[in-house]
Design a protein around this ligand. Structure first.
Ligand code: KE4
Length: 434
């Protein structure tokens, strides 16, 4: 049965979007939600349960956005919901320490041994912004190396050749970023360690940090080439550069200990978000005590936040990480993700559609391209119009993918075998009707 849903342009979501446009820039509070790159209008969500979301017209979808990664246990997960409700009833915020912050810090440290101390913030952006300031304060150096297509939130100095919505909406280098920031940010191609080695040979002693997504998830999913992360670790050690793994997306997603566990490469600092908030606003950055003790009030690098470590958000994060301790979850995520990736690939092949598929753990991507993808240049040569048609065919088929080629699809513990089969069938139909 295809299409399943056909009131996307005429229903209540359309009215809600018109109303939102009067009050909110683009009608959305984050650009990637706007649907511009895939045409049409965003659907307004009424509720979510497990791996399903329902829009305000009553249409139901199998969700692979999962709030852009946080909901690895699914929507309205019973344990998370219970802990959040209990926390709210004890008071939502005190602006004073609670034991919940220490509890979440210990859970994070237990899963990422490279982290000896961790500071909670309220978003991935705050985490990366703070980690960079810390690296600069710790080294006394100014330059930051980032990679084309990696996205680290809307930090001024990193909105240069950035991925995610910045690339999707055609502004990889944002307006409003002062020249001084641009001069202190060095952009190199992802997955090219020779480029890093060459730059550091000339100016390595001026570089405070290298920040990267160890698995890029904001230009579509682009895994590191074999040996790439190890080489960056060697170069940064040689030049006294702080290596920052931005694991906001990969943390507790690609393995219990994130990409640093999966690839066996320990960074100096790690930034986190998404999963550690379980759907509430939490970010964090952490690393060796030697570096982290440069942060106020211990050291000279200032960083603060009214709601940092908020007890309600901490409760959601703790319940989520505790929920991930179920030994079968990662095995099941791996199996389901592999089956879905195979199904997507076969649906394209059987329809004669040229695609390139990538997957690391339970984050995956289908590029509409007839060659391999290993960096920003190859990723952005994908046929985004074809992706848009595929996205809309899948949406009409009751499957909610990221409304951009340059994002990831996420699988949660709540996606059942039946959901995966239904999704594969929807993809077969969507590919045939491209
Ligand atoms: P937030 O400030 O959005 O919490 O986190 C920024 C961030 C940092 N680092 C990585 C690797 C990230 O993926 C992100 C945010 N990811 C995007 C989706 N690709 C968030 C979605 C959005 O911008 O609305």
């Amino acid at each position: 049965m295809f299409p399943v849903i056909n009131n996307l342009a005429t229903g209540r979501s359309s009215e809600a979007f018109r109303e939102a446009l009067k009050h909110i820039p683009g009608g959305v509070n984050s650009p990637v939600r706007a649907f511009e790159p895939v045409g049409g209008q965003p659907i307004f969500i009424q509720s979510g349960s497990g791996c399903h979301i329902k829009d305000i017209d009553g249409n139901e979808y199998i969700d692979y956005v999962c709030s852009w990664g946080p909901l690895i246990l699914g929507h309205a997960e019973p344990r998370v919901t219970k802990e959040v409700k209990a926390a709210v009833e004890r008071g939502t915020s005190f602006g004073a320490p609670t034991e919940l912050e220490t509890q979440l810090a210990k859970l994070i440290k237990g899963l990422m041994p490279s982290i000896e101390k961790v500071r909670m913030v309220n978003s991935g952006t705050e985490a990366t912004m703070s980690a960079i300031r810390l690296a600069r304060g710790f080294t006394g150096r100014d330059l930051v190396i980032k990679f084309e297509g990696c996205y680290h939130g809307h930090v001024d100095g990193l909105l240069i050749k950035a991925g995610s919505g910045a690339t999707t909406l055609g502004v990889p280098t944002s307006a409003g970023v002062p020249q001084g920031y641009i001069d202190s940010t060095v952009i190199l191609p992802f997955n090219d360690s020779d480029a890093v080695e060459g730059f550091c040979r000339e100016r390595g002693k001026e570089v405070a940090c290298i920040i990267l997504e160890p698995v890029a998830g904001n230009m579509g999913v682009v895994p590191p080439k074999p040996g790439y992360l190890e080489k960056l670790r060697e170069i940064t050690r040689n030049y006294g550069i702080v290596l920052i793994f931005d694991e906001v997306m990969t943390g507790f997603r690609v393995s219990p200990g994130g990409a640093q566990e999966l690839y066996g490469v320990k960074p100096d600092l790690t930034t986190l978000g998404k999963v550690i908030g379980g759907g509430l606003p939490v970010g964090a950055y952490g690393g060796s005590a030697e570096i982290m003790d440069h942060i106020s009030p211990v050291g000279p690098v200032y960083q603060a936040g009214t709601l940092s470590g908020n007890p309600v958000a901490m409760s959601a994060g703790i319940a989520t990480l505790e929920g991930l301790k179920d030994g079968n979850i990662y095995r099941q995520l791996e199996e389901k993700s592999q089956r879905l990736a195979d199904g997507f690939e076969k649906s394209a092949r059987d329809a004669g559609v040229k695609t390139y598929h990538t997957r690391v753990g339970s984050m995956l991507c289908t590029f509409f391209i007839d060659n391999i993808v290993y960096d920003y240049k190859t990723a952005t040569s994908s046929d985004t119009e074809r992706y848009a048609r595929y996205f809309n065919n899948m949406l009409q088929g009751g499957v909610y993918l990221a409304p951009s080629q340059f994002e990831a699809a996420f699988i949660s513990a709540a996606h059942s075998d039946s959901d995966i089969e239904i999704t594969i069938e929807a993809s077969r139909q969507a590919m045939k009707h491209l």
